[in-house]
Design a protein around this ligand. Structure first.
Ligand SMILES: *[C@@H]1O[C@H](CO)[C@@H](O)[C@H](O)[C@H]1NC(C)=O
Ligand SMILES: *[C@@H]1O[C@H](CO)[C@@H](O)[C@H](O)[C@H]1NC(C)=O
Ligand SMILES: *[C@@H]1O[C@H](CO)[C@@H](O)[C@H](O)[C@H]1NC(C)=O
Length: 422
């Protein structure tokens, strides 16, 4: 190759390096896009007759169903509908469009896998997460069956693993498996972990170790309800919640990773290093817990992007907020990303797709629980939003790494050119 070609190659690399470096900190926030909205949730029934008999037999009671969890994989949006009330035919679904243009829930992976009372099937799912290998980690709260974790390969349609929690780690009296994150920091997927929040008082964390196929629990007082934070005032009305550790988020891949968490009935955000909670024998972790600041409001789900921004719903403001975890300012300095007093009530969980969008579902949970919702069709109770933030999931390999790789390549090219000159 001619000498000048190397100079051009290098120039090109340098330009792309600088471009990447500049882009890692820039945040572009587009308009929020309303993707789906429903007055009540309906399913992709095999036939109208089956839908009707489900209604007649009380197996499908539309007003009793609320969607809480959301994740996006490829072009498919997955929603959870925990079985909090009767008449809920499936607890995990993909959103699909019917031939007559309605958007409905198609039980995922199947109707069979959502069979109530069958302990091999999903009983009540509030949260799930999809890892970079396309496997969905589904936290099943249980019910008449014990809580379990099912790992399901979306591409091959296979149950990869079913893990039933031992009673001393999680049982339906002590544990509500609320939200899940996956620690994909190890190069070997056998060494991955899941961290699940337990929102049942006094709260806690459940840690699942994939290689050992074992679990253990972690507790600290910071995971409990804050006594002066049980009251929530939303749109001028008072609601009381007694819910412990709920929102959970994992910092981007890298060194010194940590899990962020907060009680639903609480204002304070905390974190603990993953290196501490991964240990099967965890005694007192209080000295490892960091107070990350007092949020502007109580919040439900949390998520951190690959770029290090933590997103949370400010429930009493009908808003989603963003806090830069890499800044020197604590979480009380978070800024509003989007808000709407009608269509963004109770942003429950958040997720990223691969196109730079932050997704969330606003489900009016406080009103649903208080039986204040209108189901006649005049009100859209459950709304799925996406906002372009130009960021990716915490499980994505860091952009910083590709910047480093490019810089290395530049250096090598420079050295090569320099030595050829001699
Ligand atoms: C229970 O669910 C599993 C998984 O979907 C299924 O294979 C099995 O046939 C079900 N058992 C009964 C008795 O329906
Ligand atoms: C939960 O509590 C009930 C009532 O005290 C008890 O009968 C049941 O065995 C408990 N279940 C577990 C899994 O500990
Ligand atoms: C809500 O609770 C606060 C604190 O107890 C009270 O001051 C306020 O009047 C209540 N608002 C309503 C609408 O009930």
């Amino acid at each position: 190759m001619a000498e000048h070609t190397w100079y051009y190659v290098c120039l090109l690399l340098l330009t792309s390096c600088c471009g990447l470096l500049g882009r890692t900190r820039a945040v572009h926030v587009g308009e929020a896009t309303l993707v789906y909205q429903w007055a009540t949730l309906d399913y992709d029934w095999p036939s109208d007759a089956m839908r009707q008999s489900a209604i007649d037999e009380g197996r499908y009671i539309p007003e009793n169903i609320i969607a809480t969890g959301i994740k996006v994989h490829g072009q498919v949006v997955y929603l959870t509908t925990p079985r909090w009330r009767d008449g809920n035919p499936a607890s995990l679904s993909a959103v699909v469009e019917t031939s007559d243009g309605r958007t409905v829930l198609r039980p995922f992976p199947s109707w069979e896998m959502n069979q109530l009372g069958n302990c091999s099937a999903l009983q009540s799912v509030q949260s799930m997460e999809v890892d970079p290998l396309g496997r969905m980690w589904i936290a099943d709260v249980g019910g008449s069956c014990a809580p379990k974790l099912i790992i399901y390969d979306i591409e091959t349609d296979d149950v990869v693993r079913t893990y039933t929690f031992p009673t001393d780690v999680a049982n339906t009296n002590t544990t509500y498996l609320n939200d899940i994150v996956i620690d994909t920091s190890a190069d070997d997927p056998e060494d991955w972990f899941a961290y699940i929040s337990n929102s049942r008082s006094p709260g806690g964390l459940v840690v699942y170790d994939y290689r050992r196929d074992s679990s253990h629990k972690v507790f600290d007082a910071s995971m409990s309800v804050e006594p002066d934070a049980t009251l929530m005032t939303i749109n001028g009305r008072n609601y009381t919640f007694d819910v412990a550790n709920d929102g959970i988020a994992l910092s981007p891949l890298g060194d010194n990773m940590k899990v962020y968490y907060c009680a639903l009935s609480g204002y304070h955000l905390y974190s603990v290093p993953t290196s501490v909670i991964k240990q099967p024998v965890v005694t007192d972790i209080s000295s490892s817990v960091t107070h990350e600041g007092r949020k502007v409001s109580q919040s439900d789900g949390l998520v951190v992007s690959r770029e290090g921004n933590l997103y949370f719903a400010a429930l009493h403001l009908n808003a989603v907020y963003r806090w830069d975890t890499t800044s020197s300012q604590d979480a009380s300095y978070a800024h509003e990303l989007v808000s709407d007093d009608v269509t963004m009530r109770w942003a429950d969980t958040l997720a990223f797709d691969d196109d730079g969008y932050l997704w969330f579902i606003a489900n009016r949970l406080h009103m649903w629980r208080a039986n204040e919702l209108t189901f006649t069709g005049s009100e859209q109770n459950f709304v799925v939003w996406k906002v372009h933030v130009g960021e990716k999931s915490y499980m994505h390999k860091s952009g910083a790494k590709s910047v480093r790789a490019n810089l290395m390549l530049c250096l090598v090219t420079f050295l090569y050119v320099a030595f050829r000159e001699i």
